[in-house]
Design a protein around this ligand. Structure first.
Ligand code: F3S
Length: 649
C-alpha cells in the first residue's frame, strides 16, 4: 500500500513505534525553534539537564513575542536567550528581526525535515514540505539534547484542492473555509495533507498561510508536497540547493478526504470571538470599523502586505479608522521599504509596527472599548487583544484594506464596484528575498559563551514523584474551550514573569477567577474540572507548569487539547477524562478523592480511576496515557525523569 507524504517523512524519522493512527510513535527531530516567551524555560530546562551543546542539525532562538522593553525584564530575557544560544550552539534572531515562523520559513525551513517548535504555529513551514509540529518547551529541551519526540500517530486527511482562486479570494479564505466546515476541534489527532491541482496553483507564502492556521483546527500539523513553486520560493530565498521533491504515493490511503473547489471561494471573515465563527464578508458588511491590522505570522509576509499596499496606494485611509501594518519579518519590511511601498502606505495614513507578534497577543494597539478591530491574524479569542470585551474579526489583507478605505466592513468586490478603479491585487513574490541578515547571529558568530541571568530569571522547577493519594477540593469548575490564554494570560504585564515561576503562578487562571491562585496557594493541593477541549490555543507550557507549582494534582475534563495534554504529563499533572454527566454533577468546592493508590495504578497501566466526591457519589475518570507518559507522571514530570535517565547513563 502506498504512503501519504506525512507517513513517508515520519517513516524516515521513526525511532520507536509503528505508524498506526492513535499509537504513540517516537521520531527523530532535525530542527528546533523556540521563541522568547517559551524559550527562557526551554534553556533553563536544557541547563537543568546538564548537557553541553545542542544535538539537532539546527536550533534557532527567536525574540518575537515580547520585543518591547517596558522595564529590564524582557531585555534581561533577550540577553539570557542570546547567551544560551551562543553557549549551546543555536542561531539567535534578535528582537525586531521578525516572528519565529516567518524568519524560520525564510532562512531554515527545509522540505522533508522534521521541525519541533515551542510555539503552536510551528506547522507553518508545512507549506514547503517540512513536517513541523508544535510542542511544549520541555519537549524542545529534550529534542535539543538528542532525545526523540513522542506523539500520537495522527490520522492523515487528504484535503484535495480543485480549481483556482477567483479574484479577491485568497489563501486565508481557504483556511477560513476549513474552519467554517470543521470547527476548532476538527483537526484534533490529524495531519491535513493538501493535494490536487488547486494546491499546485498556490505559491509557498499562500500555502504557509494555510498551514499556519491549521493550528486553529487543532491539527497536529498541515503539509503540502513540493513542486516547482517550492523550488522557485527557495531559489528566491537563495536556498535552491535545499529543494527536495516530495509527494504522496499515487495509491496512498488517507483516513478521510475533503474536497475544496478554490473557484467556489469568496472573501470570508471570522466573527468574534472564535476562529471558526466564519461567514461570508457580505453577511457582516456595514459594521463600522475603528482599527485594521495587517500582519502576524499568518499574513505578515511581503506577499500579504503588498496587496494591501496596492489597494491603499494613492488613496486615504478612512478618517475614523486606524490602519496598522505589523510585518512578520524585517526581511518583508526591508524589501517593501526598498521598493517604495512603505512610503506609499505611509502617505495613505498607514502606521507601522516593528516586526513582532505585538498586537496578536495584546501588546500594543489594544482596540478601543466597544469597537470593531479587523485583523489578518489567526486567532480572536476573547480578551487576547488586551481588552476583555473585544470585537476582533479575522480576515485576509484584502478584506482588511477594503475596510480601512471604507471605514466599515465591506466585501472588496463591492468596494471595487463602488470605486471603479480598484483592481484585485493578486499575489506577487519579489524577484529575490534580498533582505539583510544583520539580525541573525549564527552559532559561529556567537558573542557569548556562558549564560547571563538577570534577577528576574529563576530556575526550572522540578516536580515531586507521584504519591499514593490524590485528594483535594475542586478549586475551579470551568466551561468548554478554556484556552492557555485563560490559564496564563499572554499579556505583557503578566508574561514578563515567564522566567520566574513563583511570581507568574500568582496569575494562574486569573482571567477565569481572580481568587483562584490565592485559594490554591492556601490549600496547597486541589484539582480542576473543565468541559471539552481544555487547554486549546498555544503550546505555552507555563499553563501546566504554574498549576503544578500551585499544587494542582489532576485536571478532570471532558476532553483535552493535544499539546496541553502533553504538557500536563510533562509537569506531572494527571489529565483525567470524564463524561458529560459527571462534568454536570461537579460543583466548585466539591471534595474529591481518587479511590486507589494512584502511583501504583498509573504504573500498572490502569485506565479507569474511581473518583469519590463529597463522600456522597462516585464517578469513573479515564486516564488515556502511553507507557512512556505513565513513567513521566510517576517520576513527577519529564524534567525529573530525563535528568534521572541522563544521570544513570
Ligand atoms: Fe506571534 Fe501571534 Fe503568530 S503571537 S507567533 S503572531 S499567532
Amino acid at each position: 500500500m502506498g504512503q501519504t507524504l506525512t507517513e513517508k517523512i515520519l517513516d524516515d524519522h521513526l525511532v520507536e513505534g509503528e505508524l498506526v493512527p492513535g499509537e504513540e510513535i517516537g521520531i527523530e527531530i532535525d530542527q528546533v525553534l523556540t521563541q522568547d516567551t517559551t524559550g527562557t524555560m526551554v534553556w533553563l530546562q536544557f541547563e537543568a539537564l546538564e548537557l553541553d551543546e545542542v544535538q539537532t542539525e539546527l536550533a534557532a532562538q527567536y525574540c518575537d513575542h515580547q520585543t518591547y522593553q517596558f522595564d529590564f525584564k524582557n531585555t534581561d530575557d533577550h540577553r539570557f536567550l542570546r547567551s544560551a544560544a551562543g553557549t549551546y550552539g543555536a542561531h539567535f534572531s534578535r528582537p525586531g528581526n521578525g516572528i519565529c515562523h516567518n524568519v524560520h520559513k525564510e532562512n531554515f525551513a527545509a522540505p522533508g525535515k522534521t521541525l519541533l517548535g515551542s510555539d503552536s504555529h510551528t506547522p507553518t513551514p508545512g507549506g514547503l514540505g517540512q513536517l513541523a509540529i508544535g510542542a511544549g518547551g520541555l519537549d524542545i529541551s529534550v529534542a535539543m539534547g538528542g532525545g526523540a519526540y513522542y506523539v500520537e500517530m495522527p490520522e492523515v486527511v487528504n484535503i484535495r484542492l480543485e480549481g483556482e482562486l477567483p479574484e479577491w479570494a485568497t489563501a486565508k479564505d481557504v483556511i477560513l473555509e476549513m474552519l467554517r466546515r470543521l470547527s476548532v476541534k476538527g483537526g484534533v489527532g490529524k495531519v491535513f495533507e493538501y493535494t490536487g491541482p488547486g494546491a499546485e496553483t498556490l505559491t509557498v507564502p499562500e500555502r504557509t498561510t494555510i498551514t499556519n492556521m491549521g493550528t486553529e483546527l487543532g491539527a497536529t500539523s498541515s503539509i503540502f508536497g513540493t513542486d516547482e513553486k517550492t523550488r522557485d520560493y527557495l531559489a528566491r530565498q537563495g536556498r535552491e540547493d535545499e529543494y527536495v521533491e516530495l509527494a504522496p504515493d499515487e495509491d496512498a490511503e488517507y483516513a478521510d478526504e475533503i474536497t475544496i473547489d478554490l473557484s467556489d471561494l469568496e472573501p470570508l471573515i471570522a466573527k468574534p470571538s472564535m476562529p471558526d465563527n466564519v461567514v461570508p464578508v457580505r453577511e457582516v458588511a456595514g459594521e463600522s470599523v475603528e482599527q485594521v491590522i495587517v500582519g502576524s505570522c499568518t499574513n505578515g509576509g511581503y506577499e500579504d502586505i503588498l496587496p494591501a499596499a496596492k489597494m491603499v496606494k494613492g488613496r486615504e485611509i478612512n478618517k475614523k479608522t486606524e490602519m496598522i501594518v505589523a510585518p512578520g519579518s524585517k526581511q518583508a519590511s526591508e524589501i517593501l521599504a526598498r521598493q517604495g511601498w512603505t512610503a506609499e502606505m505611509m502617505a495613505a495614513g498607514v502606521n507601522f509596527s516593528e516586526a513582532t507578534c505585538g498586537a496578536c497577543i495584546g501588546i500594543g494597539h489594544v482596540p478601543a472599548s466597544d469597537s470593531v478591530s479587523l485583523r489578518t491574524f489567526n486567532r480572536n479569542f476573547e480578551g487576547r487583544s488586551g481588552i476583555e470585551d473585544d470585537n476582533v474579526y479575522l480576515c485576509s489583507p484584502e478584506v482588511a484594506a477594503a475596510a480601512a478605505i471604507k471605514g466599515e466592513i465591506i466585501d472588496p468586490r463591492d468596494l471595487a464596484d463602488e470605486l471603479g478603479d480598484l483592481e484585485a491585487p493578486g499575489i506577487e513574490l519579489p524577484d529575490a528575498y534580498d533582505g539583510s541578515k544583520a539580525d541573525l547571529i549564527t552559532p559561529e558568530e556567537a558573542v557569548d559563551d556562558e549564560l547571563v541571568k538577570g534577577p528576574n530569571i529563576g530556575n526550572a522547577p522540578i516536580g515531586e514523584p507521584l504519591g499514593a493519594d490524590i485528594a483535594g477540593e475542586v478549586l475551579l469548575k470551568m466551561e468548554d474551550n478554556i484556552t492557555t490564554d485563560h490559564i496564563i494570560p499572554a499579556t505583557s504585564d503578566i508574561l514578563k514573569y515567564r522566567s520566574n515561576i513563583e511570581k507568574l503562578s500568582e496569575f494562574t487562571l486569573s482571567r477565569v477567577d481572580e481568587t483562584f491562585a490565592q485559594r490554591a496557594m492556601d490549600s496547597g493541593t486541589g484539582v480542576l474540572v473543565a468541559g471539552e477541549n481544555y487547554g486549546q490555543g498555544s503550546s505555552r507550557e507555563h499553563a501546566a507548569m504554574c498549576p503544578q507549582y500551585l499544587g494542582i494534582e489532576a485536571v478532570l475534563a471532558q476532553s483535552f487539547a493535544r499539546i496541553h495534554k502533553a504538557n500536563l504529563f510533562n509537569f506531572g499533572i494527571l489529565p483525567l477524562a470524564i463524561d458529560e454527566e459527571t462534568y454536570a454533577k461537579f460543583e466548585q468546592g466539591d471534595d474529591v478523592e481518587v479511590v486507589t493508590d494512584v502511583a501504583e495504578a498509573v504504573e500498572a497501566g490502569e485506565t479507569e480511576f474511581t473518583v469519590r466526591v463529597n463522600d456522597d457519589w462516585e464517578a469513573t475518570a479515564t486516564l488515556d496515557a502511553s507507557e512512556r507518559e505513565r513513567r513521566i507522571l510517576k517520576a513527577g514530570g519529564k524534567l525529573r525523569l530525563t535528568k534521572e535517565q541522563y544521570e544513570q547513563e
